[in-house]
Every structure is written in structure tokens, then in C-alpha cells.
Ligand binder design. Sequence first.
Ligand code: SF4
Ligand SMILES: [Zn+2]
Length: 540
Amino acid sequence: MSIWRAIMKKPRTAVRSCHQKQASGHEGREKQVLSSSQVKPSTPDGTMPKFPEAPAGLARRQKEVVLRDPVSPYHLFRDTAEVTVFRENLLSWYDREKRDLPWRRRAEGEVDPDRRAYAVWVSEVMLQQTQVATVIDYYTRWMQKWPTLQDLASASLEEVNQLWAGLGYYSRGRRLQEGAQKVVEELGGHVPHTAETLQKLLPGVGRYTAGAIASIAFGQATGVVDGNVVRVLCRVRAIGADSGSTFVSQQLWSLAQQLVDPARPGDFNQAAMELGATVCTPQHPRCSQCPVQSMCRAHQRVEREQLVASQSLPGSPDVEECAPSTGQCQLCAPPTEPWDQTLGVANFPRKASRRPPREECSATCVLEQPRALGGARILLVQRPKSGLLAGLWEFPSVTAEPSGQCQREALLRELQSWAGPLPATHLQHLGQVAHTFSHIKLTYQVYGLALEGQIPVTITPPGARWLTREEFHTAAVSTAMKKVFRVYEGQRPGTCKGSKRSQVSAPSTQRKPSPGQQVLDSFFRPHHPTDVSSLNSMAQ
Ligand code: SF4
Ligand SMILES: [Zn+2]
């Protein structure tokens, strides 16, 4: 019987006293987190260091932490041999199967370390929250336009937003450029070499990006954990507790640090991510083609469940397991979330259900001058320099009012503040589109107003532009605005396609604005910069 099982079979009184100790104060829990977050570097052979030189007081504290914060060996790699096999299997698979991606080619062929780091940095920032297939085109265009950090540092934010348009989470591009400026202006043109200094010195570079740049570009033996690695490690070590929790996250970083190959850290990290992206996928993992299947506890669990279900195995199979039903293990799923036979290995990882995005509404209008000099033009206004979609261009918008009439009036006032007096009767509701930012599901009520037969509007206040259609499609506008424009194009006022209008819901059916909507109102008034710091974390 393993030590862990022996612990789990302690008399109830012993278990209770352990709980009391754990719950005795917040400090105890903080210590657990601290002990986990101080990720111990693995020794080159992959085992965890034993700190033989630790002073007696420190040794006592570490022992205390271990007692309060037990992790079953079931969820760990316990010896050098197991770690070595994992590395070898994963790396030889990667050498055979890795995808040919432009950032890999560029980084592998680049001898200048700063240029190599830049190539990796751009790709890692673009790949956050975005699919590889989408990133390839953006990455290629970006590197053509700004092949070096110096080139990017001298670009304008407008140019950066323009190239980033459609990639989402726009603050990433801005931060990347700020980072390039910092390297050029304050660090002598040299990118920091370690994960610690990268994270400390560069804006927008978090723990993951820092580790990826340090390991891939500079060969630092530091592990990384992204969404793909979370999935692979949770499955390989059957970690069913909430993968978004601090405790599980720290355990995953610790595992990644233990596993990373000191001889090929960049390749190892990319291999782990590649495995998650191409084989150990969220919905339909291809376990039969997996290089680490023999070490995967999720796969073992599935096989055991199938054997039990088919009743071909009498009694409890002799397969190593944790203590899933006791609720004691902090890395197993809680007893309230039993194994789901239909999910198989996709029982891992588990994430506590996230709150759905808040629903908000906005009214927006495509104001067009079809007969402007030089061809039809549409009005775009610029958002504030900070906050949601900072600096991007959009159609004049207001937070939607509860009734259709109020909404129209508010929108008309907004339009007139940009373009002067307008014929109210020409303002037509055309439909609606929804766009989900990270925490907000925003429904745009789309209006159109075509200034047919009017005297051309010539005023263009600061922060506004009259663009041709071609200019609109290459401007720094968000995907949401492109969706809005498609509705306008399909149902342009005065065209015969307007019959589709009956399919859309009337503005008067909207619900009352919530307090959050009132906050959002400030977002959608680009010419009145407001304090948006409370929503800076959203949707960027
Ligand atoms: S065996 Fe299946 S579940 Fe396990 S790591 Fe491989 S693909 Fe993922
Ligand atoms: Zn467990």
C-alpha cells in the first residue's frame, strides 16, 4: 500500500485534526500557495532537489508545508526514469511530427539572439487566444512590415492597430510595440535573456510569454504552462480539480518545471504545446497516436472504467489510483463531480464553470454620403486612447436606451455632434449583430443613414474621418464593426434588399439597461474620454 493510501486510511479523528489545522488560519493556506509558487528548479536529471543545505528552520517550515499540503504521488512524476522517458518520447515525436510554422523557421534560422527573441515574442503574443491558422497570415505581414525590434519601435500606434485589426484583444499589439520601444530606448536594443527579467522589464510579458521566449530563443531551462499544456498535464497526471484554481495552477507550473528538458528546453516546451494542439485536443484526443500514452493516467483510467463496465474484470482492478471518492485530495475532482463515462479522457481538465458574459446593448449607425466628392464615404470616429478597443475606429455609437424612440434620439444626437444637422427621418433600423468580448456579450442595434441628395457634409471634427469603403476595410477597425458594416451593406437604406428588415427584432424589445450598461455608455462615446480603468481588464 502506498504512503498516500495509508494517509487516506487514517482514522477519522486524525483526518479531522488535519482539517482543523488547515482551516486554522488564512496564513496556513497562504503558506501552501507560497510553497507551491516557489517553483523549485528541477535538477538536470529531472528529480526535484532536496535542499540538503537548507538551514534547520527552513527545513522545519518545508516539512510543515508538506504535511499541510500533501500531493498524492499519483499526480506526480516520481523518479528520474519516468521523467526521462516522458522527455524522450515527447521530443522524438516532436522531431518527427512538428508543424512547419513561419515563426519556427524564422527563429531556427536566426543567429542574432535579439532578432530570434523578437521573432518568438511576436508569435507568442499573437498566439494568445488565437488559432495558429489565423496567426500565420498576421505574423507574416507583421514581420514583413517590421522585421526588427527597431522597426516596430518606430511604428505608430495607428499602424499597429491597423495591422492587428481582426486579431482581437487589441491591447496585445499595443503592449508589444511598447515593449519594443522599451528594449530600443532603455535596454540598448537587447532583449532580456531570462524568464524573470523578461517578465519584470517588458510590458505585456507575463509568466508564460517570458518562459516561452527565454526557453525558445535563449535556451533557458524553464517550463511553461499554457492552455494546451494544462490539458496535457491534467490528463497525463489525472488532475481533475479546478484547473483555474491557484493551487492547481502552481502544481502545473511545478510539473512543467520538473519535466522541461535542460538540453532542449525550447523544443520541449513547443513539443508539449504541440501535443495539446494536435493530438491531446479538447474534444477528440487521438490517444492511439500519442507518444506519452503509456504514462497517461487519464488513458489508464478510461481503460479501467471500460473493463469494469464490460464486467470482464471481477472486483476492483489492480491499477494505481488516487483516493477519488474521499474528497481529501486537492488534485482530484471533488466527489460532487463524478466520472463521466461519455467524456473519457476529456474528464480532464475540469474548470469551475465561468460566469457567462454580461449582456449589453449599443446602438450604432453607418452614416454614409453616397455622393461625396471622390465617391461614397462613411463616417468613422476614434475611440479613446485607453480602455476597451483603445484607439480603434468605429461607427458613431451610444449605449442602447430602453425604448426604440429614446434609442433613435440618442443616436441621432450623437451623429449630429459629429456631422451637424441631419434628416432624422432617414435614420433606419437595419438589424442587429452580437459580438462577444471576453466578459461582455454586446448586441449592436444597427442603423443606417444615407445622405442622398443632401449638401455634402464637409465638417470633420478632430477624432472623425470620412472613409471610402476600401479605406474602411484596411483601417484599424474591430471585427465587431466589420460585422455591423456587413449588416448595412446587406440592407443599405434605399436598396431593394431592405425586405430582410422584417427578420430583425425591434429595438423596443430591449431590456432595461443595467448599471453595467451605464458604465459601458462611456465606452461608446469616443469623443468624451472617461475613466475606463474598471473595465481595462475586459475584452482586450
Ligand atoms: S494518451 Fe490521450 S489523454 Fe493522454 S496525453 Fe495522450 S492524447 Fe492526451
Ligand atoms: Zn488525487
